[in-house]
Design a protein around this ligand. Structure first.
Ligand code: FAD
Length: 390
């Protein structure tokens, strides 16, 4: 029997697309290469699944292409959708929304129950190798099997976290229909730096050479730096560039100088304790050429105090690259947006072929924005693929 709508990829976007296509009365299947659908959902939000952000709007993403989808399925609509299928939620700091149970498994469970209520067939261990178009629709091939469908939704994700299933195969499948990809860069990922301070955290502002900045908790690791402000900026930083850390972003340089001048007399070993983490402070002093650390603070000259203050306000970290795709949460770049109709998610190059989620050239910041895009684009693709207007 020919399926009405075949969804390739059982991630957040594909599941949502399948639900909305099936709610319109269509015969729908999900083709998933893993033994189970939704593997990445379980890893999101550190196992808590930050499934949307109440503040998400089109301007938060790399392109306004998202505007129509977000209008049709806003963060509020996503919360209501989940409530209706049995999942209560809670909004935390900065508008981040999590399931009330604090469990990503609950998100996947309620989605799977809805798929089952709608009789959506989950065909797992089906690693799509090729999609062919013929007169009445599409034939979708794995190595050993094939499925025929009138319409196809590609929801194969990007390159980030390939262990969850998204290995970039979707780009290849779509290139066969004439689609192009923009440059693919790991996003929401840690930065490898020349210097390292293992296991330290500090509040600060990170600024890139191009002037983009973000403030929050910076984590210093044995490979470099991470934390939300670093994650969000990683896609803008090229190998060999530097980022600058302001470890007292709430003070001006003059105020920092005055704070340093007023430090009680002590050895330089403890001089920055109470301002910065001890290990971080000692490394910073070393880079300022302050040695030995047994030196007394009242021997500091005015120009040395200025040097320390300048480094606290703009400490240069030379970046040797990002951590690999395994560590990235999101792919920046993807299928060219000009090749997709933003009001239907249908390919402009192939009728009845729909493309949704992270496989497209859309990415958002940390905090529930990327799942919001996955749900919203999935809902639109599913509803449109199920509509009989074509
Ligand atoms: C560790 C981690 C934590 C994250 N936390 C958050 C968070 O808290 N909040 C947030 O908003 N975002 C978060 N994200 C990002 C978010 O999870 C993704 O942007 C979103 O899941 C993308 O959904 P998708 O359906 O487009 O792709 P995916 O979720 O990647 O799903 C694609 C699916 O397609 C399948 N597939 C791929 N190729 C084939 C093929 N050839 N044949 C058959 N099946 C195939 C894959 O196995 C996979 O199941 C996180 C990401 C990671 C990695």
């Amino acid at each position: 029997m020919k399926i009405d709508v075949a969804v390739i990829g059982g991630g957040a976007s594909g599941i949502m697309a399948a639900i909305f296509a099936a709610r319109s009365g269509k015969n729908v299947c999900i083709l998933e290469k893993n033994p189970r659908i939704g593997k990445k959902i379980l890893a999101t939000g550190n196992g808590r699944c930050n499934f949307t952000n109440i503040n998400a709007k089109a301007q938060d993403y790399n392109s306004e292409f998202v505007g129509f989808s977000l209008e049709c399925f806003s963060p509020k609509d996503v919360i209501t959708f989940f409530e209706e299928i049995g999942l209560l939620s809670r909004t935390e700091a900065e508008g981040r929304v999590y399931p009330l149970s604090g469990q990503a498994t609950a998100v996947l469970d309620v989605l799977r129950l809805e798929l089952s209520r709608l009789s959506v067939k989950e065909i797992v261990d089906f690693d799509v190798q090729k999609i062919e178009k013929n007169n009445d629709g599409f034939v979708i091939f794995s190595k050993n099997e094939k499925v025929e469908a009138k319409k196809v939704i590609v929801a194969t994700g990007g390159m980030a976290s390939p262990k969850s299933g998204s290995s970039g195969k979707g780009y290849e499948l779509l290139k066969a229909f004439g689609h192009h990809t923009t440059k693919l860069v790991p996003s929401l990922v840690q930065l490898k730096c020349e210097k390292s301070v293992g296991g330290v955290r500090a509040y600060g502002k990170v600024t890139t050479l191009s002037g983009k900045s973000d403030t929050g908790e910076i984590q210093f690791n044995n490979y470099g730096i991470s934390g939300i402000p670093v994650f969000g900026l990683a896609k803008y930083v090229k190998k060999g560039e530097s980022v600058f850390l302001d470890l007292l972003p709430d003070y001006t340089e003059d105020e920092v100088i005055n704070i340093l001048k007023a430090r009680p007399k002590q050895t330089m070993e403890t001089y920055l304790i109470g301002i910065l983490n001890k290990a971080l402070g000692q490394l910073l002093l070393k880079e300022c050429g302050i040695s030995p650390l047994s030196r007394m603070s009242d021997t500091l000259k005015a120009d040395e105090i200025i040097k320390i203050a300048k480094k606290i306000k703009a400490w240069r970290f030379d970046v040797t690259g990002t951590m690999p795709w395994d560590n990235a949460q999101v792919t920046a770049g993807g299928i060219e947006l000009s090749e997709i109709n933003p009001e239907t998610m249908e390919s402009k190059l192939c009728k009845n072929l729909y493309i949704t989620g992270e496989v497209l050239d859309i990415d958002g910041p940390c905090g529930g924005y990327n799942l919001q895009w996955a749900w919203a684009s999935g809902k639109l693709a599913g509803s449109e693929a199920a509509s009989d207007k074509n």
